[in-house]
Design a binder for this molecule. Structure first.
Ligand code: C2E
Ligand code: CA
Ligand code: CA
Ligand code: CA
Length: 275
């Protein structure tokens, strides 16, 4: 306001300049990092329940930054989405992951995250097919994960992409299930292969009976619709035991392993979890 005087205005202006400059730098850095392959696929184990046998990995992006260390996706995925770099980033990660997986036992699956706007891209399935052909990774070992925000945008486009992927033999998982605002509507309208129960539900199973009942209902809902379920974010054996008892099909979380580099993942595949 006027009362604050010009000094305050200038302060805000320069603070905003500062922000814009930082953002422009980040975008430039990110573009460079993608081009130079410094965004790496990390891998988090997924196990079958019960039994806890390793069935594959979820690919999670990490930026190996020369000054700032290894950066998590929260530092750059939204920027990649807003600037349209997410496609390049995703295809690069998929290509590298398919190559990394070439030396792992052939029953191990890969799951990759697809950003909402990519799902509106009518060439998504073709791009993925091209990468599978190029790397020789079989479509039936690949799963894509989408969140509900991908579905809100355009149901018909989403349905078309979903069907094209499934026709290739790629499975489609609905990620972060339970966090969107119309999960049931989407389950009714679209045919997924898997539900991934969000970590925010899984974390509290052992704390509250209501939460546990809700998770149980999601597992039963999934299986009655012919979908398999994965619980994400399993951190304690109490939750794991309970989930196994309720018939949840897969588990993922720090209890089995954090996201790991390729080298660590090779060791994990060979020797199991490090003690
Ligand atoms: P998400 O797809 O829900 O991935 C699971 C996130 O939960 C990962 O975080 C993982 O490290 C974390 N997590 C797994 N188990 C546990 C646990 O037991 N406890 C806790 N506290 N956390 C656990 P991350 O790697 O930071 O990824 C965050 C999000 O960024 C992902 O959530 C996904 O939405 C997005 N993301 C990551 N990689 C990509 C990518 O290549 N493309 C796109 N579009 N999004 C990505
Ligand atoms: Ca995911
Ligand atoms: Ca998730
Ligand atoms: Ca999540």
């Amino acid at each position: 306001g006027k009362k604050d005087g010009r000094g305050t205005y200038r302060f805000f202006e320069s603070a905003m300049d500062e922000e814009l400059r930082a953002r422009a730098l980040l975008e430039r850095d990110l573009r460079e990092a993608i081009n130079e392959g410094r965004i790496e696929p990390f891998y988090q184990p997924v196990v079958a329940l019960p039994g806890r046998e390793l069935t594959g990995f979820e690919v999670l992006a990490r930026w190996r930054h020369p000054e700032r260390g290894v950066l998590p996706p929260s530092e750059f995925i939204s920027v990649a989405e807003e600037t349209g770099m997410i496609g390049d980033l995703c295809y690069d990660l998929l290509r590298r992951a398919c190559r990394d997986a070439a030396n792992w036992p052939s029953h191990l699956q890969l799951a990759i995250n697809i950003a909402p706007q990519q799902f509106q891209d009518r060439w998504l399935a073709e791009q993925i097919l091209a990468i599978l052909n190029e790397t020789g990774f079989p479509a039936n070992r690949l799963e894509v994960e989408i969140t509900e925000s991908a579905l809100i945008q355009d149901l018909e486009a989403t349905r078309a992409t979903l069907t094209s992927l499934q026709n290739l033999g790629v499975r489609v998982a609905l990620d972060d299930f339970g966090t969107g605002y119309s999960s049931l509507y989407h389950l009714r309208e679209l045919k997924f292969d898997k539900l991934k129960i969000d970590r925010s539900y899984v974390n509290t199973i052992t704390m509250s009976e209501e939460r546990a009942k809700l998770v149980d209902a999601i597992i039963k809902l999934g299986s009655s619709l012919g979908l398999v379920t994965t619980a994400e974010g399993i951190e304690c054996s109490g939750s794991l035991d309970w989930l196994e008892g309720q018939g949840c099909d897969f588990g993922q979380g720090y209890l089995f392993g954090k996201p790991m580099s390729k080298a660590e993942t090779d060791r994990y595949v060979e020797n199991g979890p490090a003690e």
